[in-house]
Design a protein. Sequence first.
Length: 136
Amino acid sequence: MHDWEEIRRQCGQLVWAAAYRILKNHDQALDCCQEVFLEAFERSQREIVRDWPSFSRWLAVHRALDRLRKGQRASERISTDSDVTRIAGGTEPFAEIEFRELVERVRLEMARLPLKQAEAFWSCCIEEMSYADAAS
């Protein structure tokens, strides 16, 4: 029997963060978290999970990429007033805008990759996981 409260406490933030970095939408990331923990519960009934943080992060990336692929996320990005102020008042506002456009383009192109390649790219390049951790 698993201590789900402890698993949620240990993995909840990293699951949400992984989903949010892909989806860029708070509500979508929360929905994704619920899906991840539901699927983790169901899978734990059939298979042994040896590393909950790695498994949870992998599942979050997988589910978030699924959502991105299916076009379920809203096309609007959440932007706060502080983001606008930072962009408008920064020393290099165009560099910041170009960077955000590049990130958005990478996310959309990543959704076109086969799932395994997208997961590997995200895990290694964005989550900065080692190749061994990404492979496991």
